[in-house]
Design a protein around this ligand. Structure first.
Ligand code: UTP
Length: 288
């Protein structure tokens, strides 16, 4: 059973400057809700209520977002804004969220290692705080089902254009079922000619606690960062790892184009503005 989730959200977000200079990219809104809140809701919907978030300098807004704001609540109560009040209270009661600081930003592997004492000796769900998956509930369910069956690491995989594999962590292995791979290789940002497949790691993992020793033994990559993919590459020599294929979308909010796409996709489904937004998009499309 997976009881704990770890959400790294400490990164600089250089791809989203200048917006990410003084605010965390994880707080960028998709319509009216910060990205990180969707990630928390995904985790909570999976039945996980113990959440550790890895944050760093300049990320206080994330903590504040999940804390109670009594002044705001009083104001909403006084002005009779019941719906807004419910929404604001719900955020702070979503889950039991803990925070730990990554002191120096030495990469995703280093960020995950900050979770070691909180996670202890149990498997955990790892969700990158700047990335959404859709439909989240079904995808997480499939990953948890695979973990319950094999009791080994489970990685979400996305098929990407072969020419673009150099942007991702990529896996190699063999297909062992519908949408299921037994992974035997992990490579961080390979050249297309050297990539073992076009299956990219898609920001969601179920990891066993052996990952912490593997990270501790992993040397920094050329850019000085400790890559989680390199630690996985080490671990897969000793333990099996499975890949579940994403049947849906992955949105990396730290990437400007994905940010815009996500706002369109989520905006269209909104009961309050979806119809008008669709009408507006039709008009824009007709003029293109
Ligand atoms: P990214 O690969 O997007 O890196 O991190 P980044 O530094 O945040 O962004 P860019 O590339 O400069 O634009 C993926 C996830 O891992 C976290 C990030 O916050 C993001 O959720 N991360 C990354 C950390 O927590 N610590 C790190 O040292 C690096």
């Amino acid at each position: 059973m997976i009881r704990k989730a770890v959400i790294p959200a400490a990164g600089f977000g250089t791809r989203f400057l200048p917006a990410s200079k003084s605010q965390p990219k994880e707080m960028l809104p998709i319509v009216d809700t910060p990205t990180i809140q969707y990630v928390i809701e995904e985790v909570v919907a999976a039945g996980i209520t113990d959440i550790l978030m890895i944050i760093g300098k300049g990320k206080r807004a994330i903590e504040e977002h999940f804390d109670r704001n009594f002044e705001l609540e009083a104001e909403l109560e006084e002005t009779g804004k019941q719906e807004e009040l419910r929404a604001v209270r719900r955020i702070s009661s979503l889950a039991n969220i803990h925070f730990v600081w990554q002191k120096e930003l030495n990469g995703l592997g280093d960020a995950v290692s900050c979770a070691r004492s909180h996670v202890g000796n149990e498997p955990f769900y790892l969700a990158l705080g700047d990335t959404l998956i859709d439909p989240a509930a079904r995808v997480v369910r499939e990953m948890i089902r695979a973990f319950e069956r094999y009791q080994e690491s489970v990685i979400l995989l996305e098929e990407v254009d072969r020419a673009k594999v150099g942007r991702y962590g990529v896996v190699g292995g063999k297909r062992v079922g519908a949408g299921l791979w037994l992974i035997d290789r992990f490579v961080e940002k390979p050249k297309p000619s050297e990539a073992p497949s076009n299956l990219a790691i898609a920001a969601r993992y179920i990891l066993t606690p052996e990952i912490f020793d593997a990270i501790a033994r992993t040397k920094p990559a050329r850019n000085g960062e400790i890559q989680l993919t390199d630690a996985m590459s080490r671990l897969v020599r000793e333990r099996a790892a499975y890949g579940v294929l994403l049947k849906g979308e992955r949105y990396d909010i730290g990437n400007k184009l994905d940010f815009l796409k996500t706002n369109v996709a989520f905006g269209l489904r909104r009961p309050d503005i979806g119809r008008d937004f669709r009408k507006y998009l039709r008009k824009v499309a007709a003029e293109l």
